[in-house]
Design a protein around this ligand. Sequence first.
Ligand SMILES: [Zn+2]
Length: 358
Amino acid sequence: MGVLDIVPAGVLTGDETRKLFEYAKQNKFAIPAINVTSSSTANAALEAARDAKSPIIVQVSQGGAAYFAGKGLANDKQQASIAGAVAAALHVRTVAKAYGVPVVLHSDHCAKKLLPWFDGMLEADEAYFKEHQRALFSSHMLDLSEESKEENIAICVKYFHRLAAVGLFLEMEIGITGGEEDGVDNTGVDNASLYTQPEDVYEVHEALSKISPNFSIAAAFGNVHGVYKPGNVKLHPELLEQHQKYASEKVAGQIEKPLFLVFHGGSGSTKDEIKTAVNNGVVKMNVDTDTQFAYLAGIRNFIESKKDYLQTQVGNPEGADKPNKKYYDPRVWVREGEKTLSARIKEADADLGNVDRL
Ligand SMILES: [Zn+2]
């Protein structure tokens, strides 16, 4: 039995996303979430999933979505981020089935000041739902972790009603992911808030489970976005076990691990840290920084090794009349980045046990 016995290939609904996460939790593996910024990076992610015979989470950040629509567009009212998120979703929807893998289509961190972006995506989901009886996306993330716990939960509850009505899954964050990513700068926050308490995680679980079972929690356990020199903040994935235990006791031990947990700032983590996190109910791990670097690597290596073929349209070391079109065609050099990106995603799949899961 594999994932395709549980959910279909193509973009999943919120219910199907929960079923996939439940299967992953029971079988102790997690699914990498890859930030995409273009059809090129999205296709590389889908290709990696097809090759690894595994499901994948494809996600757009607010900045990545704006890039998807085009950096030349104004984004003062989040219009580019909304249009780009919709474009990315429609692209992935159109090609996902051809890759033959289940895809969770997700949007990344949305802080309070970015809620107009969230509203725009949700309106697109509701419009899509009217026509197709399913939302455009599978899942969205709300990140009110900078606000008070009470406000964080209240805003999540308010939006979760609307998400649940069109069958969407919700990821929320409590406790803060340190570091800096995509314009969200948490490099200065107090270290204590980088570790979420079990009571706080359960308070979220209690509030959201009254509405729908389709949600996950990104609890902080010393996570940091980006890759930094080690030493400042320590990752403690063993703390996640306490969240599961506390929640399990609260629901009278009916379920051993009641929570779907999410691992942010996965780049640069050791294999042991990842394994501990997965054993404690992490079903999704975000990998962004490492995949950005991987996308560059193939292009950089190609440009460096073919330098003498890229100076003029005609003329290279093989002769003054030799054409260089097969070197400067973007399908050639961008493709090299897709290959190294895809290889890095497959490495994340291996780390997470997400291989041969179809
Ligand atoms: Zn994150």
